[in-house]
Structures are given as C-alpha cells and as structure tokens.
Design a protein around this ligand. Structure first.
Ligand code: NDP
Length: 338
C-alpha cells in the first residue's frame, strides 16, 4: 500500500521534495466499511491550492497527510450491505493505493462511463461538469456569438469549446504551442486556436475576433486576460473558472496595478464576471449535466483527449509538469490495471 503525502509546502512551483512516498500495510475495513483499490487517479490544478495554506476555495492539506484527489476505484473488500466486491465507484481516495470508506461520499460510475471508467473523472465527471455549467449557466452563449476559451486543449477548456461549437458559436481557443493549437482546430473543431506564447497574441485575437468577444471562459488569467479584455463586447460574460497562470506565484502579480482601468472596462461594457466553484455551486444540476453529456458522447459530438500516465510513484512529477502546461488533455494516472 503506497501513499504519497505532502512533505512540505511549496514556495512557488512545487518540486518533488514537497512530496513523500510511504509504504504501509493496507487498512482493513471494519463492519459497515469498504476497502477501495484506486485504479484511476485524477490530477487537477486545484491541488496546487490545497498544498498551500494561503486562503483558497479549497482547504489546505495538512503536512504529512495524503494528497487528496478524486479517483475511480474498485471495491476490494466490502463489509457494507450496499457495495459488492469488484464494483466500480467514483471516490476521493487521494494519492494512494487503498482507502477506507463508509460509502457515504461514494458515487456509482455513470452508465455512460462503464466502457471507459476514467472518463468519470473528466468528460463525464468534474471537469466536463465545470465546462458545461460555466459555459451554459454563466456564459449563456447564443448562436452566432464569439466565444474565447483559455487552456483550450485542457480538461475543461476542450469541452467548453466543443459545447460552444454545438451551440453554433464562433470559437477561438488559446493554448500553449503549435501542436495543441493544431489539435484544437483539426480534432476539436474550433474555428481557430492561438498560441499564448506568441508575442502578437493580442493582435492575432483582434484579427480572428472581428466582431469582438461575447463570452470569455477564463481558466488562466494574467497576460491572456489582458489580451482579451479590450475585445469584450458590451454585455459580454466572463465565467471565471480558474487563474492557473498565478497558482505558482509567490508574491502578488508583478503586472502593473490597473484596477481602475479594469473597473472602468467592466462598467462601460457592462460585463458580467462571475466566479464559480463547481462542487459548491452546482451539485443540484449534476443529473441534468450527465444526461446531456452522455448523449453527446454517445453521438460522438464531444470527444475527450486523455493524457494517461502509469504508476502512482510518478504522480508528483506528472502533477508538476501539468502546472507547467506539459500535459495535453485530461491528466489521469493508472494506479492499478483496470
Ligand atoms: P488543464 O488540463 O487545462 O491543464 C492546465 C493547463 O493550463 C496547462 O496544460 C496549460 O495549457 C495551462 N497553463 C498553465 N500555465 C499557464 C500560463 N501561465 N498561461 C496560460 N496557460 C497556462 O487543467 P483543467 O482543465 O483541469 O483546469 C483548467 C482551469 O480550470 C484551471 O485554472 C483550474 O483551476 C480551473 N478549474 C476550476 C474549477 C472550478 O470549479 N472553478 C473546476 C475545475 C477546474 P497550455 O499549454 O495550453 O498553456
């Protein structure tokens, strides 16, 4: 039974010594409990916030505690009437081989994920749900409008753009590098994808958004937001989902303080910027989401690129790389054969 714990809090970008691998005997379930074996581990940017004790929308992980994470697991042993050995569940095992549960926080694998269990961590799980609610409930895209999405080939962004296409929008992605941009255009069907490393990003955006931007799905912040803001149309909407460009910052941003001009733009253009935290704001709409997304997946109208890695021991490095943009799609780790 391997487990990866938080050894120390990162200063800036996490490094491998912030994590520690421990090996122990697997825990044994008491009456009413289940022993779960992790098969798929989800690695997500929000975990960077949990490694820190700065104020965040997620509580910090204690030093020496197991890194938290959503997982797809199999019931290894059951002393609980509601669960049978071998069953699949969506659980919160964290970065470890085994975990105990009393069953209360477990969800059944959605039917649509039975052939592809790891999709319950992405397209048919948290990141797909985030894309769906953020875009449709907050972004309110209308056919013919221009939607721009950052981190466009990532777990959330790739789904945002595909849903926006289904709604008849003109979709511009922003991603890191030519290969990701090519994928967004050729495989995900975006109208265009621009490289945020290109010094001419603002100019390129202006060129490919000739009618301005109606919805900007914010995953990134920083320079990308700076390029987008001047192009926002009056009554534009900005679902504020994440600000990954700043997650590793030690000191507050070194960008000049342009709060007055930002507020001026929000006022003049009557923009609606709304932050949201999927697990807190939308649990009551998960059934609606899963029903619709399962249909789109069955009809092959939305696809998912997963970035699959093997081995729990590699999780720290894979996570560090993801924060640097070295992932290409939803990052999942195969902890045990499925
Ligand atoms: P991704 O799969 O998109 O992976 C992260 C990506 O962020 C990287 O691949 C990289 O893509 C991009 N990135 C990293 N650093 C920078 C930077 N400095 N500038 C521009 N892009 C950068 O992750 P997710 O889809 O899981 O998450 C996307 C965002 O959504 C995150 O901000 C996350 O915190 C947020 N989120 C929020 C939720 C909520 O409830 N509010 C729920 C889930 C996610 P590239 O190479 O293209 O730059």
């Amino acid at each position: 039974h391997r487990r990866i714990v938080l050894a120390s809090r990162p200063q800036g970008a996490p490094v491998e010594t912030n994590f520690r691998l421990e090996v122990q005997h697997p825990p044994q379930p008491a009456e009413g409990e289940i022993l779960l074996r992790t098969v798929w581990l989800s690695l997500d940017p929000y975990m960077r916030g949990r490694m820190s004790d700065a104020p965040s929308y997620v509580p910090p992980i204690a030093i020496d505690a197991v890194m938290g994470a959503s997982t797809i697991a199999r019931v290894e042993k059951s002393r609980h009437a509601g669960f049978k050995e071998g069953e699949w569940v969506v659980s919160q095992n964290g970065w470890q081989d085994f975990a105990l549960s009393d069953g209360r926080s477990l969800q059944r694998l959605p039917d649509a994920a039975c052939k592809h269990p790891s999709w319950a961590l992405s397209l048919l799980g948290m990141t797909g749900f985030t894309a769906y609610m953020g875009l449709l409930d907050i972004g309110q895209p209308q056919a013919g409008e221009t939607v721009v999405v950052a981190a466009a080939t990532g777990a959330v962004g790739s789904v945002v753009g595909q849903i926006a296409r289904l709604k008849g929008c003109h979709v511009i992605g922003i991603a890191g590098g030519a290969e990701k941009c090519h994928f967004a255009e050729q495989t995900l069907g975006f109208d265009r994808c621009l490289d945020h490393r290109d010094p001419a990003l603002a100019e390129q955006l202006r060129r490919y958004c000739p009618d301005g931007i109606d919805v900007y799905f914010e995953n990134v912040g920083g320079k990308v937001f700076d390029a987008v803001l001047p192009l926002m149309n009056p009554r534009g909407r900005i679902p504020l989902c994440g600000l990954i460009a700043d997650y590793n910052a030690i000191t507050p941003s070194t960008l000049p303080d342009r709060l007055p001009s930002l507020q001026g733009a929000l006022l003049r253009k009557r923009l609606r910027v709304q932050g949201f935290i999927i697990n807190q704001d939308y649990p009551h709409r998960f059934d609606e989401f899963i029903h619709q997304m399962a249909q789109w997946v069955t009809e092959k109208r939305i696809i998912m690129r997963e970035d699959i890695y093997d081995g729990l021991d590699n999780a720290p490095k894979i996570f560090i790389d993801m924060l640097e943009g070295r992932n290409f799609g939803k990052v999942v780790v195969r902890v045990a054969p499925d």
